[in-house]
Design a protein around this ligand. Sequence first.
Ligand code: BG6
Length: 291
Amino acid sequence: MQALKQHEIPGRVSLFSGKGGLPAVRIETAWSLAEIYLHGAHVTRFQKTGEPPLLFLSEASQYDADKPIRGGVPLIYPWFGGRDGLPAHGTARITSWDLTETRVLPDGRVRLRFHLPSADGPEVDYVVTVGSSLTMEFTVANTGTADVTFENCLHSYFHVGDIRRIGITGLRGVAYFDCLLAATRTETAETLRIAGEVDRTYQNTAATVEIHDPVLGRTLRVRKSGSLSTVVWNPWIAKSQRMPDFGDNEYQTMVCVESGNIAEHAITLQPGIRHSLQVEVDDLPLDRGWD
Ligand code: BG6
C-alpha cells in the first residue's frame, strides 16, 4: 500500500483498503465517482453525481485474491469462457495489477494506467479514464519474436431498474452463438427484451449498444472500438441460485453487455504489433417512447 501512495492526487485519487483487505483506488471528478480494485484492475463502481450507479456490483461478491469480483468490469484475458483445468475467463481478472500512473487531464478527467505483471508474454496495459463517461482501453503489445493469439473482453455488468422492462438496441441483423441452444442464430428483433436466461455471443459487430431503462429513466450507451464480439448475459433464476457469489434475486437489476474478441474473432498479433480494445460507457436521458 505504501508504494502506491505516490499515485495519490489530493481531492482526485485516493487509495483505500477495499473489501477483503484488497487495495483499491477511489477516483473523484467534477462529474463522477469511480472505484477500481488492483485485483483484476477491476472497475467496481462508476457513478455520476446525483444518479444511481451505472455498474452493477453483487452484494454477494467474494473479495479474495484467487477469485474474481462479481460485477463491475471484469477484464477477461487471455481466453474467454472455460479452459480445461484453467481458470474460467482467463487469469487477468484474478491477478493483482500494478498501478503505474495517475494524472488529471487538462479537461478535468482523471486517467489511471495499470500494467499486468508477467515474466514473459506480451505487454498488457489498461488505461481507465474517469469523467462524465467511463473509458477503458485494454492494450496488448507483442514484444516477443513469435505470434501471439488471445481472446479478450471487458465483461461489463450494468445496473438496471428492472430486467423485464429494459430494451437493448444495436444488435438487429447480427448473427450470434446462443450458448443455451448451442446454435447460431441471427437477431431479428429491433429491441432485445429479456424474459429468461440469456447467454449470447454476437459476432462480427462493432456496433454501439444501448440499454433503455424506463425504471431508472435513462439509456446506458456502450460504444466500442477494436472489438467484434458483443456478449449479452443474464443468469435469470436457476443459474443465479447456483452461483455462490451472486444473490438469488440480483438478476433482476443487472445485465451484462460485454465487448471483446471471442472465438473466431480471437486476435493474433505478429511480433511488434499491438491491439487496443476500447469501451466507453455513458448514460443519456431516456428517449420518448421508452417510458
Ligand atoms: C458470460 C458467459 O460472459 O460470463 C456466461 O457468457 C458466464 O456463460 C458468465 O456464465 C459469468 O462467468 P463467470 O465465470 O464470471 O461466472
